[in-house]
Design a protein around this ligand. Structure first.
Ligand code: NAD
Length: 441
């Protein structure tokens, strides 16, 4: 394998993982960001995001001289003494007006580096972008001596390093075959199946994959609702489904509705991509609508448990939220379903106290407004009228539930992740409600 000279623009979940992992594979990587504080901390080996193994790789890369950090993409290109061969774009592409992906960060970087890009280098877009972006990027650049490729990223937060270094597949698309092959070769040591294709197909792989995952979760959430109506148990139903290899075991747990920094924005963007192609993607629309309904359904469950009425007011009720991040293993709050449910509970009049193992009680974040953060689960649950499990942190399973029964004013636990052992809670004297479970209300 040739060690390449690489610049990575954006040092978030995707960019920092990409930079640190490529350096660990032997490449020479300079990472750039607009956030000066973040770059200062990274130069000292300090990583803000919670990702197992990432700090270690950053420290190793810095010590080996294969990884460095700088402010600004253009500066990164200038600092690589012998000239950068590959530039990865890993900047945010959030949901913009009407659900269309907002490409302003991508365009800002292109403006910044257009004149500094060395001849013969390859731009690799790792950000999740609408179909056609690679072609448009090439037009915006107006540089016939620079190839543009799409290389979507599939890592999962909380397992970013492991996923990057053990990928299920590598997808690279580009109109110039040799450029796509050069990008694929960066990963050759990983031995992953590689799909080489055109840029439109590569870009669509990412949206199609995330859309499918969202649809699978919406499907299982809908089946869970059906279980509640029919007196069936979703755990048995999904177990029975999971032995079918065409279905598989993953993504079969019902929950409070899917969220996070990717699925909501990517499903909306996919709808817009389809709309622009004059295709009404009804299946995707129904998956999104099912998800919106699922969150409301969780709030209705909580209202029923606390007031005895699905539409009851939660004024004067104190609700303890266990878990606030969008899933366990991360401190990312972006588009967390827990926070959507928290906002709906607040609208219904509830007073909210929350605890999350990844968020110290001193955490200040605009999305946490209106939620009093507790130092531990017991402090959150003291005098609460209801406890709602919103994130599947394993440690909630082993809480001292008999002690909690003594602490809570009235004892109702609504488990939107089916995380807890209902028998343990019942023995402790608590009333427990899951999602799609036989005893669920
Ligand atoms: P992030 O918000 O964690 O990080 C983005 C970084 O880019 C930030 O540090 C920001 O300061 C920096 N940035 C913004 N504008 C910049 C500019 N002009 N120049 C240099 N740096 C700039 O985002 P992320 O979660 O890493 O996502 C990045 C992209 O990857 C998105 O398109 C996302 O959809 C996609 N993606 C994310 C995940 C995930 O799990 N987070 C997985 C796969 C794909």
């Amino acid at each position: 394998m040739f060690a390449r000279r690489i610049a990575v623009v954006g040092t978030g979940y995707v960019g920092l993982t990409t930079g640190a992992c490529l350096a660990s594979l032997g490449h020479h990587v300079i990472c750039a960001d607009v956030d000066e504080d973040k770059i200062r901390r990274l130069r000292d080996g300090k990583v803000d995001i919670l990702e197992p193994g990432l700090s270690e790789l950053v420290v190793e890369g810095l010590a080996a001289g294969r990884l460095s950090f700088t402010v600004g993409a253009a500066v990164a290109l200038e600092q690589h003494a012998e000239g950068v061969e590959v530039v990865f774009l890993c900047v945010p592409t959030p949901m913009g007006v009407g659900g269309v992906a907002d490409l302003r960060a991508v365009e800002a970087v292109l403006d910044e580096i257009r004149d500094t890009l060395p001849s013969g280098c390859v731009i690799v877009n790792k950000s999740t972008v609408p179909v056609g972006t690679a072609v448009r990027t090439a037009e915006l650049l107006g540089r016939s001596d620079v190839a543009v490729t799409s290389n979507p990223e599939f890592l999962r937060e909380g397992a970013a390093v492991r996923d990057f270094l053990n990928p299920d597949r590598i997808v690279v698309g580009g109109e110039a075959q040799d450029a796509a092959e050069r990008v694929a070769a960066l990963y050759s040591r990983l031995g992953a199946p590689t799909v080489l294709t055109d840029s439109a197909s590569a870009e669509l792989v990412k949206y199609a994959a995330n859309g499918f995952l969202a649809m699978k979760l919406s499907y299982v959430n809908a089946v869970a609702e059906l279980c509640e109506r029919l007196g069936a148990d979703i755990l048995d139903v999904t177990e029975g489904m999971s032995y079918d290899r065409r279905i598989g075991r993953e993504f079969l747990n019902p929950g409070p509705g899917w969220g996070g920094s990717c699925l909501p924005k990517d499903t909306q963007a996919l709808l817009q991509v389809a709309d622009a192609a004059d295709f009404e993607f009804r299946l995707m629309r129904a998956s999104i609508d099912t998800n919106t309904r699922q969150r409301q359904r969780m709030v209705d469950k909580i209202r029923l448990a606390v007031t005895g009425n699905r539409n009851g007011s939660l004024s004067h009720s104190r609700v303890a939220l266990l878990g606030l991040t969008f899933k366990a293993g991360t401190n990312d709050l972006r588009d967390s379903p827990a926070l959507v449910i928290a906002a709906l509970l607040r609208q219904a009049g509830a007073e909210l106290v929350g605890y999350d193992p990844a968020l110290p009680a001193s955490t200040s974040h605009p999305d946490l407004e209106g939620i009093e953060l507790a130092v531990d689960a017991y402090a959150a649950l003291a005098q609460a009228d209801a406890a709602v499990v919103l994130t599947e942190w394993p440690e909630f399973r082993t809480l001292d539930w008999p002690r909690i029964a003594g602490l809570m004013g009235t004892a109702r636990v609504i488990d939107t992740r089916n995380l807890l052992d209902g028998d343990v809670l019942t023995r402790a004297g608590l009333t427990w409600t899951g999602v799609g479970r036989r005893q669920a209300v």
